[in-house]
Write a protein that binds this ligand. Structure first.
Ligand SMILES: NC(=O)c1ccc[n+]([C@@H]2O[C@H](COP(=O)([O-])OP(=O)(O)OC[C@H]3O[C@@H](n4cnc5c(N)ncnc54)[C@H](O)[C@@H]3O)[C@@H](O)[C@H]2O)c1
Length: 250
Protein backbone atom coordinates (compact mmCIF):
# COMPACT_ATOMS: atom_id res chain seq x y z
CA UNK A 1 0.00 0.00 0.00
CA UNK A 2 1.36 3.35 -1.04
CA UNK A 3 2.02 6.29 1.29
CA UNK A 4 0.85 8.75 -1.35
CA UNK A 5 -2.33 10.48 -0.25
CA UNK A 6 -4.07 11.03 -3.54
CA UNK A 7 -6.93 13.49 -3.47
CA UNK A 8 -9.64 12.98 -6.08
CA UNK A 9 -12.37 14.88 -4.23
CA UNK A 10 -14.96 16.23 -6.63
CA UNK A 11 -13.85 13.88 -9.42
CA UNK A 12 -16.16 11.38 -11.06
CA UNK A 13 -14.52 8.09 -12.01
CA UNK A 14 -15.82 5.18 -14.11
CA UNK A 15 -14.03 1.84 -13.78
CA UNK A 16 -14.98 -1.01 -16.11
CA UNK A 17 -14.53 -4.56 -14.87
CA UNK A 18 -15.11 -3.45 -11.29
CA UNK A 19 -16.24 -6.74 -9.77
CA UNK A 20 -12.85 -8.32 -9.11
CA UNK A 21 -9.09 -7.92 -9.43
CA UNK A 22 -7.58 -4.62 -10.49
CA UNK A 23 -10.96 -3.04 -11.19
CA UNK A 24 -12.31 -3.77 -7.71
CA UNK A 25 -9.12 -2.44 -6.13
CA UNK A 26 -9.27 0.70 -8.29
CA UNK A 27 -12.86 1.34 -7.20
CA UNK A 28 -11.85 1.11 -3.54
CA UNK A 29 -8.73 3.23 -3.93
CA UNK A 30 -10.40 6.06 -5.87
CA UNK A 31 -13.27 6.13 -3.39
CA UNK A 32 -10.85 6.34 -0.44
CA UNK A 33 -9.22 9.25 -2.27
CA UNK A 34 -12.55 11.10 -2.24
CA UNK A 35 -13.88 10.42 -5.75
CA UNK A 36 -17.42 9.56 -6.76
CA UNK A 37 -16.98 6.15 -8.35
CA UNK A 38 -19.08 4.14 -10.78
CA UNK A 39 -18.12 0.50 -11.27
CA UNK A 40 -19.35 -1.24 -14.42
CA UNK A 41 -19.34 -5.00 -14.75
CA UNK A 42 -21.24 -7.89 -16.24
CA UNK A 43 -20.95 -9.78 -12.94
CA UNK A 44 -23.89 -8.32 -11.03
CA UNK A 45 -23.39 -10.24 -7.81
CA UNK A 46 -19.73 -9.45 -7.23
CA UNK A 47 -20.03 -5.96 -8.68
CA UNK A 48 -22.85 -5.07 -6.27
CA UNK A 49 -20.87 -6.47 -3.35
CA UNK A 50 -17.81 -4.37 -4.22
CA UNK A 51 -20.04 -1.30 -4.44
CA UNK A 52 -21.65 -2.03 -1.06
CA UNK A 53 -18.28 -2.57 0.57
CA UNK A 54 -16.80 0.61 -0.86
CA UNK A 55 -19.69 3.08 -0.81
CA UNK A 56 -19.65 3.38 -4.60
CA UNK A 57 -22.22 2.88 -7.34
CA UNK A 58 -22.43 -0.30 -9.37
CA UNK A 59 -24.06 -0.44 -12.78
CA UNK A 60 -24.57 -3.85 -14.34
CA UNK A 61 -23.42 -3.38 -17.93
CA UNK A 62 -22.13 -5.59 -20.68
CA UNK A 63 -19.62 -3.15 -22.12
CA UNK A 64 -19.53 -5.00 -25.44
CA UNK A 65 -23.18 -4.04 -25.96
CA UNK A 66 -23.56 -0.61 -27.54
CA UNK A 67 -27.09 -0.03 -26.21
CA UNK A 68 -26.14 -1.02 -22.66
CA UNK A 69 -23.12 1.29 -22.74
CA UNK A 70 -25.34 4.12 -23.98
CA UNK A 71 -27.89 3.66 -21.20
CA UNK A 72 -25.11 3.45 -18.63
CA UNK A 73 -23.39 6.67 -19.66
CA UNK A 74 -26.75 8.46 -19.96
CA UNK A 75 -27.40 7.57 -16.34
CA UNK A 76 -23.95 8.77 -15.25
CA UNK A 77 -24.51 12.02 -17.15
CA UNK A 78 -27.90 12.54 -15.48
CA UNK A 79 -26.54 11.83 -12.00
CA UNK A 80 -23.12 13.46 -12.14
CA UNK A 81 -23.25 15.95 -15.00
CA UNK A 82 -19.67 15.17 -16.05
CA UNK A 83 -16.94 12.56 -16.01
CA UNK A 84 -13.30 13.15 -15.05
CA UNK A 85 -11.67 9.75 -15.33
CA UNK A 86 -12.52 6.71 -17.47
CA UNK A 87 -10.61 3.56 -16.62
CA UNK A 88 -10.98 0.92 -19.33
CA UNK A 89 -9.95 -2.02 -17.19
CA UNK A 90 -12.27 -4.89 -18.15
CA UNK A 91 -10.56 -7.38 -20.39
CA UNK A 92 -8.86 -10.71 -20.52
CA UNK A 93 -9.01 -14.12 -22.14
CA UNK A 94 -9.85 -17.49 -20.75
CA UNK A 95 -8.17 -19.97 -23.08
CA UNK A 96 -4.62 -20.14 -24.38
CA UNK A 97 -5.07 -21.07 -28.03
CA UNK A 98 -3.01 -21.06 -31.19
CA UNK A 99 -4.25 -19.21 -34.29
CA UNK A 100 -5.28 -22.56 -35.78
CA UNK A 101 -7.29 -23.45 -32.69
CA UNK A 102 -9.09 -20.10 -32.49
CA UNK A 103 -12.68 -20.22 -33.71
CA UNK A 104 -14.38 -17.18 -35.22
CA UNK A 105 -16.66 -17.05 -32.18
CA UNK A 106 -13.67 -16.96 -29.82
CA UNK A 107 -12.01 -14.28 -31.96
CA UNK A 108 -15.13 -12.07 -31.87
CA UNK A 109 -15.71 -12.56 -28.14
CA UNK A 110 -12.17 -11.61 -27.15
CA UNK A 111 -11.86 -8.73 -29.63
CA UNK A 112 -15.24 -7.35 -28.53
CA UNK A 113 -14.27 -7.26 -24.87
CA UNK A 114 -10.68 -6.08 -25.22
CA UNK A 115 -10.99 -3.66 -28.14
CA UNK A 116 -14.54 -2.83 -29.22
CA UNK A 117 -15.68 -2.18 -25.64
CA UNK A 118 -12.89 0.37 -25.16
CA UNK A 119 -14.13 2.19 -28.25
CA UNK A 120 -17.77 2.05 -27.12
CA UNK A 121 -17.02 3.34 -23.62
CA UNK A 122 -14.61 6.04 -24.81
CA UNK A 123 -17.07 7.25 -27.44
CA UNK A 124 -19.83 7.70 -24.86
CA UNK A 125 -17.45 9.14 -22.28
CA UNK A 126 -15.98 11.87 -24.51
CA UNK A 127 -18.84 14.41 -24.23
CA UNK A 128 -18.79 14.00 -20.45
CA UNK A 129 -14.99 14.21 -20.22
CA UNK A 130 -15.14 17.49 -22.14
CA UNK A 131 -17.07 18.92 -19.19
CA UNK A 132 -14.14 18.12 -16.88
CA UNK A 133 -11.19 20.42 -16.33
CA UNK A 134 -8.81 17.44 -16.34
CA UNK A 135 -10.26 14.57 -18.35
CA UNK A 136 -8.39 11.29 -18.33
CA UNK A 137 -8.77 8.05 -20.28
CA UNK A 138 -6.69 5.21 -18.88
CA UNK A 139 -6.77 1.88 -20.68
CA UNK A 140 -5.29 -1.35 -19.44
CA UNK A 141 -3.31 -2.97 -22.22
CA UNK A 142 -0.94 -5.91 -21.90
CA UNK A 143 2.56 -7.03 -22.63
CA UNK A 144 0.83 -9.45 -25.02
CA UNK A 145 0.03 -6.43 -27.22
CA UNK A 146 3.64 -5.22 -27.23
CA UNK A 147 5.63 -8.35 -27.94
CA UNK A 148 5.28 -12.12 -28.10
CA UNK A 149 7.35 -14.08 -25.60
CA UNK A 150 4.81 -16.55 -24.27
CA UNK A 151 1.54 -18.17 -25.34
CA UNK A 152 -1.57 -16.12 -24.75
CA UNK A 153 -4.50 -15.73 -27.12
CA UNK A 154 -4.26 -14.43 -30.69
CA UNK A 155 -7.33 -12.16 -30.50
CA UNK A 156 -6.23 -10.93 -27.07
CA UNK A 157 -2.76 -9.99 -28.32
CA UNK A 158 -4.26 -8.32 -31.40
CA UNK A 159 -6.82 -6.41 -29.32
CA UNK A 160 -4.23 -5.26 -26.80
CA UNK A 161 -2.02 -4.00 -29.65
CA UNK A 162 -5.13 -2.29 -30.99
CA UNK A 163 -5.92 -0.42 -27.79
CA UNK A 164 -2.50 1.22 -27.88
CA UNK A 165 -3.28 2.66 -31.31
CA UNK A 166 -6.83 3.59 -30.27
CA UNK A 167 -5.50 5.29 -27.16
CA UNK A 168 -3.07 7.36 -29.25
CA UNK A 169 -5.96 8.34 -31.54
CA UNK A 170 -7.92 9.48 -28.52
CA UNK A 171 -4.89 11.37 -27.20
CA UNK A 172 -4.48 13.18 -30.50
CA UNK A 173 -8.17 13.98 -30.97
CA UNK A 174 -8.78 15.13 -27.42
CA UNK A 175 -5.56 17.01 -26.62
CA UNK A 176 -7.17 20.34 -27.47
CA UNK A 177 -9.80 19.60 -24.80
CA UNK A 178 -7.10 18.95 -22.19
CA UNK A 179 -8.06 15.27 -22.05
CA UNK A 180 -5.21 12.79 -21.89
CA UNK A 181 -5.28 9.15 -22.95
CA UNK A 182 -2.66 6.62 -21.91
CA UNK A 183 -2.24 2.87 -21.60
CA UNK A 184 -0.83 0.81 -18.74
CA UNK A 185 0.57 -2.51 -19.96
CA UNK A 186 0.98 -5.10 -17.18
CA UNK A 187 2.46 -8.51 -17.88
CA UNK A 188 1.81 -10.99 -15.10
CA UNK A 189 -0.44 -10.12 -12.19
CA UNK A 190 -1.81 -12.99 -10.13
CA UNK A 191 -5.53 -12.25 -10.36
CA UNK A 192 -8.08 -15.08 -10.06
CA UNK A 193 -8.39 -15.18 -13.84
CA UNK A 194 -4.66 -15.71 -14.36
CA UNK A 195 -4.61 -18.43 -11.70
CA UNK A 196 -7.23 -20.25 -13.78
CA UNK A 197 -5.62 -19.64 -17.20
CA UNK A 198 -2.03 -20.48 -16.31
CA UNK A 199 -1.14 -23.63 -14.38
CA UNK A 200 1.45 -23.89 -11.55
CA UNK A 201 4.33 -25.02 -13.80
CA UNK A 202 3.78 -22.18 -16.24
CA UNK A 203 3.53 -19.70 -13.40
CA UNK A 204 6.82 -20.90 -11.91
CA UNK A 205 8.53 -20.67 -15.31
CA UNK A 206 7.12 -17.19 -15.87
CA UNK A 207 8.40 -15.96 -12.53
CA UNK A 208 11.95 -16.83 -13.61
CA UNK A 209 11.59 -14.45 -16.57
CA UNK A 210 10.79 -11.45 -14.38
CA UNK A 211 14.00 -9.61 -13.40
CA UNK A 212 12.40 -8.12 -10.28
CA UNK A 213 11.74 -11.72 -9.23
CA UNK A 214 8.05 -11.66 -8.46
CA UNK A 215 4.63 -11.48 -10.05
CA UNK A 216 2.94 -8.11 -10.14
CA UNK A 217 0.37 -7.35 -7.50
CA UNK A 218 -2.91 -5.62 -8.21
CA UNK A 219 -1.64 -2.61 -6.29
CA UNK A 220 1.41 -2.29 -8.59
CA UNK A 221 -1.01 -1.49 -11.43
CA UNK A 222 -3.60 0.53 -9.52
CA UNK A 223 -0.88 2.95 -8.32
CA UNK A 224 -0.19 3.81 -11.93
CA UNK A 225 -3.91 4.29 -12.62
CA UNK A 226 -3.95 6.85 -9.83
CA UNK A 227 -0.86 8.65 -11.07
CA UNK A 228 -2.20 8.83 -14.62
CA UNK A 229 -5.53 10.09 -13.26
CA UNK A 230 -3.85 12.82 -11.22
CA UNK A 231 -3.00 16.40 -12.15
CA UNK A 232 0.69 15.45 -11.83
CA UNK A 233 0.52 13.49 -15.10
CA UNK A 234 -1.14 16.32 -17.08
CA UNK A 235 1.66 16.66 -19.65
CA UNK A 236 1.77 13.01 -20.64
CA UNK A 237 -0.56 11.68 -23.32
CA UNK A 238 -0.60 9.03 -26.03
CA UNK A 239 1.87 6.82 -24.14
CA UNK A 240 2.04 3.25 -22.94
CA UNK A 241 3.57 2.62 -19.53
CA UNK A 242 4.87 -0.92 -19.18
CA UNK A 243 4.60 -2.14 -15.61
CA UNK A 244 6.09 -5.61 -15.81
CA UNK A 245 8.92 -6.10 -13.30
CA UNK A 246 11.44 -5.60 -16.11
CA UNK A 247 10.22 -8.63 -18.06
CA UNK A 248 10.28 -6.62 -21.27
CA UNK A 249 12.30 -3.43 -21.49
CA UNK A 250 11.88 -0.86 -24.25
N1 LIG B 1 -3.81 -10.23 -14.66
C1 LIG B 1 -2.81 -10.09 -15.50
O1 LIG B 1 -1.76 -10.74 -15.40
C2 LIG B 1 -2.92 -9.12 -16.63
C3 LIG B 1 -1.81 -8.96 -17.47
C4 LIG B 1 -1.88 -8.06 -18.51
C5 LIG B 1 -3.03 -7.33 -18.69
N2 LIG B 1 -4.11 -7.51 -17.88
C6 LIG B 1 -5.30 -6.72 -18.13
O2 LIG B 1 -5.73 -6.12 -16.94
C7 LIG B 1 -7.15 -5.95 -16.96
C8 LIG B 1 -7.77 -6.57 -15.71
O3 LIG B 1 -7.39 -7.92 -15.68
P1 LIG B 1 -7.74 -8.86 -14.49
O4 LIG B 1 -6.78 -9.98 -14.52
O5 LIG B 1 -7.93 -8.03 -13.23
O6 LIG B 1 -9.13 -9.43 -15.00
P2 LIG B 1 -10.32 -10.07 -14.17
O7 LIG B 1 -10.86 -11.17 -14.98
O8 LIG B 1 -9.87 -10.36 -12.79
O9 LIG B 1 -11.38 -8.88 -14.17
C9 LIG B 1 -12.03 -8.51 -15.36
C10 LIG B 1 -13.44 -8.03 -15.00
O10 LIG B 1 -14.09 -7.68 -16.24
C11 LIG B 1 -15.44 -8.12 -16.15
N3 LIG B 1 -16.00 -8.32 -17.49
C12 LIG B 1 -15.77 -9.34 -18.35
N4 LIG B 1 -16.52 -9.18 -19.45
C13 LIG B 1 -17.24 -8.05 -19.28
C14 LIG B 1 -18.20 -7.37 -20.07
N5 LIG B 1 -18.57 -7.83 -21.28
N6 LIG B 1 -18.74 -6.24 -19.59
C15 LIG B 1 -18.38 -5.76 -18.38
N7 LIG B 1 -17.47 -6.36 -17.57
C16 LIG B 1 -16.92 -7.49 -18.03
C17 LIG B 1 -15.36 -9.45 -15.38
O11 LIG B 1 -16.62 -9.82 -14.86
C18 LIG B 1 -14.31 -9.10 -14.33
O12 LIG B 1 -14.93 -8.56 -13.18
C19 LIG B 1 -7.63 -6.60 -18.25
O13 LIG B 1 -7.78 -5.62 -19.25
C20 LIG B 1 -6.49 -7.53 -18.60
O14 LIG B 1 -6.44 -7.82 -19.98
C21 LIG B 1 -4.06 -8.39 -16.86
Amino acid sequence: MSNINWDFSGRVVVVTGSAIGMGADAVARFRRAGATVYGLDIDQERGSQVAMDTDTTFIACDITNRAAVGTTFDRIAAESGKLDILINNAGGFWEQLTVEETSEGEWNKVIDLNLKAVFLCAQRAIPLLRLSSSGRIITIGSLAGQTTMYRSSPPYAAAKAGVMALSRNLAYELAADGITSNVIAPSAVLTDRILKVRGPEERAATQKTIPLGRYGEVDDIVQWMMFLASDESAYMTGQTITVNGGRFMI
